[in-house]
Design a protein around this ligand. Structure first.
Ligand code: SAM
Length: 197
């Protein structure tokens, strides 16, 4: 019989108990506790936001003077608060016309493609979303802004890391504790954005 591994089960139960729709919130919490990623008043874009646990966490961190703008192809399953906005859209179709209300302090992306089961195809689709998130971050971040993205560790990791280093003065890779052993997921944490002139 199929049984979730202990880590997945532990974080799923914890998420249910603490009122989050997804256990992925504990990856973000781990990153935020280590890197102090969000601050009060921040304007944050959350790509691949459904079902909404990152949005829920970010909204409490940025407070009522900040806000979080989620984007996903699917609907979120959370109660929307005044400092949350949501756009149901394929992030690959986003352009600067969708962001007319000023620059952002942080862009985060937990977007993951619908998997086909073919590892090379899935890695390529995932990298397409990660690259798009980076492109959006470069066009809407304030100077000194931050970028956080999920990445499937593989052939693209080294080149992508080097590419991001051209735009951010600090770029780190981190595997939050909530990621299962068999997963190839890592997160890239990039700080201090320097717009190219
Ligand atoms: C792991 S889930 C994100 C979980 C979310 N961080 C949370 O805590 O609730 C990945 C999300 O990426 C979204 N996604 C995949 N491809 C997308 C695309 N092209 N545009 C927007 N969202 C996409 C999926 O619909 C899915 O909701």
């Amino acid at each position: 019989m199929y049984r979730k591994d202990n880590k997945t089960e532990h974080y799923t139960v914890k998420a249910n108990r603490e009122g989050y729709p997804a256990r992925s919130v504990y990856k973000l919490k781990d990153i935020d506790e280590k890197y102090r990623f969000f601050k009060k008043g921040d304007r944050v874009l959350d790509l691949g936001a459904a079902p909404g646990s990152w949005m829920q966490y970010i909204a409490t961190k940025v407070g009522e003077k900040g806000f979080v703008q989620g984007v996903d192809i699917k609907d979120v399953e959370i109660e929307m608060k005044p400092n949350m906005r949501f756009l149901k859209k394929d992030m690959r179709e986003l352009t600067s016309t969708h962001f007319t209300r000023g620059k952002y302090d942080a862009v985060v992306s937990d977007a993951a493609p619908f998997t086909s089961g073919v590892p090379s195809l899935d890695a390529g689709r995932s990298f397409e979303l990660t690259s798009k998130a980076f492109e959006i971050a470069c066009s809407i971040l304030k100077p000194k802004g931050s970028f956080l993205t999920k990445l499937f560790d593989g052939e693209y990791t080294g080149d992508f890391h080097r590419e991001i280093q051209k735009s951010f003065s600090s770029v780190k890779r981190y595997r939050p504790r909530a990621i299962t052993k068999q997963s190839r997921e890592i997160y890239i944490i990039a700080r201090n954005f320097t717009p190219k002139t």
